[in-house]
Write a protein that binds this ligand. Structure first.
Ligand code: SIN
Length: 337
């Protein structure tokens, strides 16, 4: 929905005021843009999108306007990203698990137990791993302007408490379209099904699937806890977001606006990481107050998941273009293989 609108359209009467706003440079284009995403506006990601829109409009003196559409209003993440490539949507911060159809390398972030702590995720995303990832996405017409935090994933389901990987046997689990996530759940002897995020609540409610994996923010704000009996804090995987702008749109901007987009995106990314850390604590407290039965597996129990899912690392290294280098970059940043 990019529509650079020439300001001179505005009625000549407005021109003096516009010149002021534009710093006296005369006629300026105003870019009407769209930021679409799939989560609730109440999450750190949803709030960061709003904050980005406000700050960008402010710092660009109104030359870039951003309308934010949360809650899958403009489609699921795959559809939104397609629309970015078609030039219809400018911004999104998709979960890495929906990006493999654009750049298969993003599956690195979905590897089981990839990151021992959130600081390591940050260092990976804003270091060599993130740089390599950004190059692959850039080749597809998607420019990376930041990384946002979702947090570790918990598992919820309606059948039984999950303590070890044996408890996953035969459970129908919703995962996103990432082939690596599908392999992971197959390795746990569960039956993974790819269902769009917007349809997940109904799928859980109607029993199309028994369970799902997600961040505490999504489990809380999407009310999954209302239609699920059990939650295990497995932290078996990490869910992060890559903040993207359509390259086609970015390239159409004058250099000063490109710089403002870059600066605001980084500033908002910093804010988002802090907000996400806070919200994860808060949402866990709220979930503990509800009816969902919460279990925290021991390290020995988690080892059963580690052992069962370890082969997906080999698969990533051997089957993903550049997989060995990316894995090495991950090992370097986390300090162990
Ligand atoms: C998101 O947090 O953006 C979506 C997560 C999911 O698809 O499970």
């Amino acid at each position: 929905m990019k529509t650079p609108i020439a300001c001179f359209i505005a009625v000549m009467l407005l021109l003096p005021a516009m010149q002021l706003v534009a710093g006296g440079q005369g006629e300026e284009d105003v870019y009407e843009t769209t930021f679409a995403h799939v989560v609730s506006a109440d999450t750190a990601k949803g709030q960061a999108a709003e904050r980005f829109a406000e700050l960008l409009e402010e710092r660009s003196d109104g030359r870039i306007r951003v309308e934010v559409f949360p809650d899958s209003q403009l489609g699921n993440d795959g559809e939104i990203t397609e629309q970015m490539l078609l030039g219809d949507i400018e911004f999104n911060a998709p979960f890495t698990g929906v990006l493999p159809s654009f750049a298969e390398q993003t599956q690195l972030f979905d590897l089981p137990f990839a990151f021992p702590d959130i600081d390591t995720v940050y260092d990976a995303m804003f270091g060599e791993v993130g740089e390599i990832m950004a190059e692959y996405l850039q080749e597809q017409g998607l420019r990376t302007i930041g990384f946002w935090d979702g947090g570790y994933k918990a598992m919820t389901n309606n059948v039984r408490e999950i303590r070890t990987v044996d408890d996953m046997q035969g459970l129908r689990f919703r995962v996103s379209q990432s082939p690596l996530l599908i392999q992971q759940f197959e390795a746990m002897n569960a039956s993974p099904l790819d269902i769009p995020f917007a349809e997940l609540f109904t799928a859980l409610q109607q029993g199309t699937v028994d369970g799902q994996e997600n961040t505490l923010a999504n489990i809380y704000t999407r009310q999954f806890f209302e239609v699920q009996d059990y939650m295990s804090l497995t932290n078996h995987g990490y869910l992060g977001y890559i903040f993207l702008v359509s390259e086609q749109f970015y390239a159409s901007l004058p250099e000063d606006l490109q710089q403002i987009v870059d600066e605001v995106a980084l500033e908002v990314s910093d804010w988002q990481w802090e907000a996400a850390a806070d919200e994860n604590e808060e949402f866990l407290d709220r979930l503990r107050e509800g009816d969902i039965q919460i279990y925290e597996p021991t390290e020995d129990e988690l080892d059963t998941f580690r052992d069962a899912t370890a082969p997906v690392y080999d698969h990533f290294r051997d089957n993903i273009d550049g997989g060995a280098d990316l894995l090495q970059a991950l090992y370097d940043v986390r300090g162990f293989e």
